[in-house]
Design a protein around this ligand. Sequence first.
Ligand code: AHM
Ligand code: MG
Length: 334
Amino acid sequence: MEQPKTLGEFVIEKQHEFPYSTGELSSLLNSIRLAAKIVNHYVNKAGLVDILGSTGTNNAHAEEQQKLDVLANKLFINSLINREIACGIASEEEEDFISISGMKKDNQNKYVVLIDPLDGSSNIDVNVSVGTIFSIYRRISPVGTPVTLEDFLQPGINQVAAGYIIYGTSTMLVYTTGHGVNGFTLNPAIGTFYLSHPNMKFPDKGKIYSINEGNYVHFPLGVKKFIKYCQEEEDDRPYTSRYIGSLVSDFHRNLIKGGVYLYPQTAKHPNGKLRLLYECNPMAFLAEQAGGKASDGKRRILEIKPQKLHQRVPFYVGNKEMVNLIEQMIQIYD
Ligand code: AHM
Ligand code: MG
């Protein structure tokens, strides 16, 4: 029986896709892989050791932090700092970016990493899938100097790599470097990720819509019309409604089965809830690489020029036709 490729082997094999590659990106991906395995270990132990629940503190967005959020944040940041393979990090859990090149003078690295260490963390206490999202850019400021805010405020089209880890019934790492999307499943007995989902693409037709319908009254009229369209009895409709409340898990399911994820503006979140840099850009890069589309209702997510680190945007991502229809409805009705 032929042995499936490991993530480590795959990363090395694909290194040639980058002209003048020094192996720095490969090392970076390897470090994320390692941190993912450690976080996975803790996520799996949730309930056994004292890591469930809230820390009693708030994060950069005045949201309650879960203990596992804080732990995952530390694990990813330490892994990147210790291995000295990035020059800067921005995290959804940190107010400001971290300049590794500012700490260590001889740091010659050229990549910055942006992470949402544990997305969907309100699901941890109830044993529902959560995820980690990461995004990698080449720095704009000169190598060898401290990183600056502009290294992080780049439009998503500049991403060199992006991906997520889903801590689900099995743990998977899914990523792209702009040459398609590949998914790897962790064999927990051996601690190795194996290529299980090569060249992932959205199915031709999407029939799932994922949205927190509890906020319905606050949605833009175009989004309400789209929801009603999904529920109508016509052709292959009504579609199926599925919402986990964990972006990584909802996106992952829709990528495999075909569907769209929506988080519009609401009364509580007038600009949308999801963060452009940590959540929307990486998912948009993956979606486009898988033949899908990502929009804020009017613009391509990847072309938005970020104004600040923790910027939020309305987010529509999934099968191209479904996102196109949402855009059309928003254009007509809003
Ligand atoms: P988080 O980064 O604080 O976990 O918030 C992001 C999450 C997404 O994973 C998820 O899709 C969304 O928030 C759920 O929000 P809501 O509970 O409002 O439906
Ligand atoms: Mg998040």
